[in-house]
Design a protein around this ligand. Sequence first.
Ligand code: XUL
Ligand code: CO
Length: 434
Amino acid sequence: MTNFFDGIAPVRYDPDATTDLAYRHYNPDEIVLGKRMEDQLRFAIAYWHSFNWEGGDPFGGQTFERPWYPQDSMRNAKVKADAAFEMFALLGQPFFCFHDADICPGGETFAEYLSNLDEITDYIGPKMEATGTKLLWGTANLFTHRRFMSGAATNPDPDVFAWSAATVKACMDATARLGGENYVLWGGREGYETLLNTDLVRERQQAGRFLQMVVAYKHKIGFKGQILIEPKPQEPSKHQYDYDVNTVYSFVKEFGLEGEVAMNIEQGHAILAGHSFEHELAMAAAFGLLGSIDMNRNDYQSGWDTDQFPNNVPEVALAYYEILKAGGFDRGGTNFDAKLRRQSLDAEDLIAGHVGAMDVCARGLKAAAAMLEDGGLETARAERYAGWDSAAARDMLANGTLESISERVLRDDIAPRPRSGRQERLENYINRFV
Ligand code: XUL
Ligand code: CO
């Protein structure tokens, strides 16, 4: 037990609450499109940003004070786990996520790392049982330590590749032991700073082999979860090999990983790549690779991965619209890979960030479900493409050649007549739901 959250009561659904720390929209048992809201949203809290991150930025260090600092001993790793599970019990979200480096110190040697990871896994398992909190995904931090400065799988040094492979094996074992539903691979430094010193063909081959090994090991140990790749265009690397959904898809095809991996798509990473979140979700759904999401947003002006809690209902609604349209989450969920702002020092801030995020997502989900049930967007879309329902149009697409089409254009005197895209009307339509 810690006393970090002393004075904070468990957060409950109460639409008429007069206090800050209540769910006004997140009602776990409410049925949305045939499923409990909790089972549609599948909320997870990220251990990394909530408990490891100390409030630093490029111009200043730690601002937070926590009973589990300094984070270099197993003793404090256990205090941190105590506090984390105290928060999970207060918030009542069903899942959490971790990097190995979040839950225990790395140690001096690989053997010490393994022993630390084992010890903390043993410590966390019973806490998961006691609070009923499940593991959405585990992952390895292959980007913070200086050994990873030139990448992990893509490193020019084969010893770093080996260390990374051994680390991922250990993290997959720990994830499987804790009943994780997914294993995530975000290529933190799998990219490069300058082409002047980089053999990008070789580095991509190394990353592809690494992924094939991960998939083979998943089958070897009978891990039932999904392997999820998380795209991000840059930061920390200038050029990242898993830039966006489309880039990851080409990688998946090239290395024969179809049907073996899916994607974890983060709102902020989509924005960094110059896309909207819903674009990335729709793209992944089109490829059959929509696995899970990190629902933390970026600041639109700063150009950094600011990892803020979501607070924009219309945006969130459009994201859940794509997710629900694709059939909703199976093993995936809604992770908040979100940090407090560095001036938000208090335990209450940590709770408030998550309460607000969960409420924004609940409102977005309800709006998305209502739009889907109403069917207005799909009807408008179907009307827009109705020309393609004709036999002639379908035949052209299936069997046409430039010559045969050219003959038909002349014969039938085809003359395209532009029609409105009706964007403003559709935007107004969305506003009726959000
Ligand atoms: C970094 C990021 C990571 C991944 C997991 O931008 O999003 O937290 O989600 O490594
Ligand atoms: Co993320």
